[in-house]
Design a protein around this ligand. Structure first.
Ligand SMILES: Nc1ncnc2c1ncn2[C@@H]1O[C@H](COP(=O)(O)OP(=O)(O)OP(=O)(O)O)[C@@H](O)[C@H]1O
Ligand SMILES: [Mg+2]
Length: 215
């Protein structure tokens, strides 16, 4: 499904990724652990087209993708969340999902698009929050909303950066169920997380990164 070969990335003199190779098979959930600053988010930034590696290749279903821009990578079937959420906090929950839909007409979403947003809101347990501002729902609900935005375009590979860090138990359990459901639908998931129960409940494989190297 996704293959990384010998990825290197430096910022100035600091080598952040030092030859990362990884193969992800369709339908499995992979969890990436590792210390602060070990390069986990940088790896997601590279896969999703937000950063270019200095060296190495990323192939999705056999197609090289590092030349593509983030929106093009998304259209090829890779969705992502951000560790710092990046929601449109002054827009409603509903509008945030609508914004994430490909080929939307924002002012006048058609019936099919409205139905799709409703479906996603249901999937991420936020139907009742649809008219609230994204900046005013709880942090756990904001994490659910970022996953909603990530799945909006039916990507079959999801990159999820710290989905349950700092959230309450109730929303953590919701996210566990959600990840299980997405896996059942056949999604391939690469997530970064440290929470032991969450990792145990959701992961097929656990990967450890230290100083830019997969151990
Ligand atoms: N755009 C950037 N410019 C310069 N340095 C960067 C940039 N992005 C990341 N870094 C540095 O690269 C290193 C790895 O960052 P990264 O965000 O990948 O770590 P991480 O493993 O996700 O850490 P955390 O667990 O804290 O989220 C850090 O030292 C960080 O400061
Ligand atoms: Mg990170």
């Amino acid at each position: 499904m996704l293959e990384l070969k010998n990825i290197h990335k430096s910022f100035g003199d600091v080598q952040v990724l030092d030859g990362v190779s990884l193969r992800l098979e369709k339908g499995f959930v992979y969890t990436l652990m590792g210390g602060n600053g070990s390069g986990k988010t940088t790896l997601i930034n590279i896969i999703s087209g937000f950063m270019k590696p200095d060296e190495g290749s990323v192939e999705l279903k056999g197609k090289k993708i590092i030349q593509f821009l983030p929106f093009q990578v998304n259209r090829l079937g890779i969705g992502r969340t951000f560790q710092d959420l990046r929601l449109a906090t002054q827009m409603t929950v509903y509008e945030n999902i609508l914004l994430a839909l490909e080929k939307r007409k924002f002012a006048y979403p058609n019936k099919e698009q409205r139905q799709r947003v409703d479906e996603i809101l249901e999937t991420v347990s936020l139907s009742e929050k649809r008219n609230e501002l994204a900046g005013e729902i709880s942090y756990g609900q904001q994490k659910l909303l970022t996953i909603g935005c990530c799945i909006a375009n039916n990507a079959d590979m999801l990159l999820i950066d710290e989905p349950v860090a700092g959230i309450d138990k109730d929303n953590r359990l919701k996210i566990i169920q959600l990840i299980k459901q997405l896996k059942q639908e056949g999604k391939t998931i690469l997530q970064i997380e440290h929470h032991p129960d969450y990792i145990k409940e959701t992961s097929d494989y656990v990967l450890q990164m230290e100083k830019g190297v997969l151990c």
